[in-house]
Unconditional design. Sequence first.
Length: 477
Amino acid sequence: MFGKRSGPGAETAQRERAPAPPPPPAAKAGGVKPPPRAADLPPPPVHVDSRSSQYYEVKTTIFNALIDTIDLAQLAQLDAASAREEIRDIVNEIIAIKNVAMSIAEQEQLLQDICNDVLGYGPLEPLLARDDIADIMVNGADRVFIEVSGKVQLTNVRFRDNAQLMNICQRIVSQVGRRVDESSPICDARLPDGSRVNVIAPPLAIDGPTLTIRKFKKDKLKMSDLQRFGSISPEGAAVLGIIGNVRCNVLISGGTGSGKTTLLNCMTGFIDSDERVITCEDAAELQLQQPHVVRLETRPPNLEGTGEITMRDLVKNCLRMRPERIIVGEVRGPEAFDLLQAMNTGHDGSMGTLHANTPREALQRIESMITMGGYNLPSKTIREMVVGAIDVIVQAARLRDGSRRITHITEVIGLEGDVVITQDLFLYEIQGEDESGRVRGRHVSTGISRPAFWERARYYNREQELLEAIEAASRKS
């Protein structure tokens, strides 16, 4: 009964119960792979550099001959203009000796490129010259990405090899007295225009030196520019201007690339010109326009591991420099405690940025940073400090289409039990997207007619402007 089924119908029954075999793949059936879909193909690189491979071969030959000919020690003693003229004369002689056939335009381009390689930033020069590029990301010698209009694109820019890329990284960081090598493979620096630079070198970066540059626009953005871009409504911009002017303590929160530093720059534009402002940053990038500004920058340890000056050291020292406002480029550690102390002891109008996704998370991060600093304080005590110090949190966000928006203007009201109470003054509502895929939305007032900093605005005779901006926003909502 339980043995194998016998008889002529057994095989037929087994075939009926067995699942059908999968169809053979197209490659085996026809011998040809199906063509990839367009959506599966990576986008082609953006042609920032239109020069050919033959041009790079000629350039490499001439560059190597230049390095064998020139005395780099003597060249370093010349000023930039004299050094460029010296390089151009030698390169012209090498071109003549090697009988290189080039047009006048190609020869001029070659001279410019070699001068950039020796004295400047090499292949990065044309990218740094473009004001529409927000970020430059170099992943080894052969992979250079840029961010334009919020979208990351691969370019055809390349370096001669990883050694050239490493030399350029060394040139950048040495300008601010720092170094990057195997013993110190991570470095933060800045360019002369204030652009933020991060370098991570081998052996930590496996595929070659990785260089990231957050470019600053040549023209400093103002709040009116953010309003024109749609980052904030006219009424919201007016309220932010009053907040910055009447010495509210402001925390600017947001994710990476959301525009926190740009927004901080705009907020500092409302500081009166007779105030003494002290800025503390890891790499000095703020561009304050007031006449009385003291800029401080942290310092990494030296080769012996000593001499480090941390952000906390700078914030502590600020209190001995008679500051009227303290601006911290980014709060990321125990210096949060010292900044809150400063805000609580008469330094009204202080500002800082930190990474967080919402105003509520920003408050939680401040608390966690103080706890990680080794302070043995009860949570309620820390929250009381936070509530007493911070008046307004401004939340910046980068939306999925690459646009940047101010999504919250939130007040810190007080403490009920162990819970910090906040209220939103302005919010950004997403309404959908248009036919080109851009996110559509609007800034709306939450209907709060009398913010908690109303008395402070009245002290500075700005309460009427604040009332008009809030009423105008309420009518639109």
